[in-house]
Structures are given as structure tokens and as C-alpha cells.
Design a protein around this ligand. Structure first.
Ligand code: CMP
Length: 143
């Protein structure tokens, strides 16, 4: 079954939004298979955001994502990568539609509430950066 990596960012953790965000994916029917509240090291942040290394906002991005705890998660379900991206809305909360997570809870692009993998390759890479294989749980077959 397809899996994706989602992360509630420091802005949303500080604002007490973890529960509301988790509820949306549960209500949709996806399964939470791993989760942890953690503070990201600079090394992990640089690896995770490696594709943005040349961008002018890279150091701000790393500074922000390491500034306080994040809630890192792995979710599982049919087409979860693309569907979770739709539920998150556009990267810039100003462009994200109402009803999406960023549209409802975000205001600026650098503090956009949530991160989600954008492809199968990134999902596999990001899951293995944040979790060991034995941290991923399995649900009962009929649930
Ligand atoms: P995310 O999906 O976590 O992946 C890369 C992040 O870079 C993105 O969300 C934004 O939070 C951030 N980002 C994108 N564009 C900018 C920008 N112009 N200034 C600051 N941060 C940005």
C-alpha cells in the first residue's frame, strides 16, 4: 500500500494544530502508521531539503524547520501521496483554496503549516530519513 511522509511544521505545532491536522487525514480514511514529535537537527534539515540547497531561502528554511518541534508522520492508503497534497493545498497559503489545510490555517509561504512528499521517490526517501523500518506499524487486515 502507498505511503507518504507528512510533517506538521513548527508554526503549526506551536499553534496547537496537530490534532486538527491529524483528524483530517483520519477522516479521509488514511491510516497513521508512524508518528513522532521531534526537533530536527541541522543535518537532517539539510538532507531533507537537499533539493532546495541553491535557493535563496534555503538557510531561512533550515533555520525555521529546526526552530522548534515538528510532528513527523507516515500515512498509508490508496493514492495517499497525491491526495494528501490536494488536502494540503498550494505551497503558498495565499494561493491555497479554502477547505485545504494551508488555505484554512496558513498565511505565509515560509510558515505554511505542513510538508508532504511530492512523489513516490521523495516519499520513500523522506520516510527513511525520519523513521526506521521497524517504527512503521501494520493495521489489522479488515480495518
Ligand atoms: P515545503 O513543502 O516544506 O517544501 C519547501 C519549502 O520551502 C516550502 O514548503 C515552503 O515552506 C518553503 N518556501 C518555498 N518558497 C519559499 C520562499 N520564497 N521563501 C521562504 N520559504 C519558501
Amino acid at each position: 500500500m502507498e505511503k507518504t511522509f507528512l510533517m506538521v511544521k513548527p508554526d503549526a505545532v506551536q499553534r496547537g494544530l496537530i490534532g486538527k491536522i491529524v483528524a483530517r487525514f483520519e477522516q479521509k480514511g488514511f491510516k497513521l502508521v508512524a508518528a513522532k514529535l521531534m526537533t530536527i537537527s541541522e543535518e537532517l534539515a539539510s538532507n531533507h531539503y537537499g533539493e532546495h540547497k541553491e535557493k535563496p531561502f534555503f538557510s531561512d528554511l533550515v533555520g525555521f524547520i529546526t526552530s522548534g518541534p515538528v510532528f513527523a508522520m507516515v500515512w498509508e492508503g490508496e493514492n495517499v501521496i497525491a491526495t494528501a497534497r490536494q488536502m494540503m493545498g498550494k505551497t503558498n497559503p495565499q494561493e491555497a483554496l479554502p477547505g485545504t489545510i494551508r488555505g484554512d490555517y496558513g498565511l505565509i509561504v515560509s510558515k505554511n503549516v505542513i510538508h508532504g512528499s511530492d512523489s513516490l521517490d521523495s516519499a520513500e526517501r523522506e520516510i527513511s530519513l525520519f523513521f526506521n523500518e521497524d517504527e512503521l506499524q501494520e493495521y489489522l487486515k479488515d480495518s
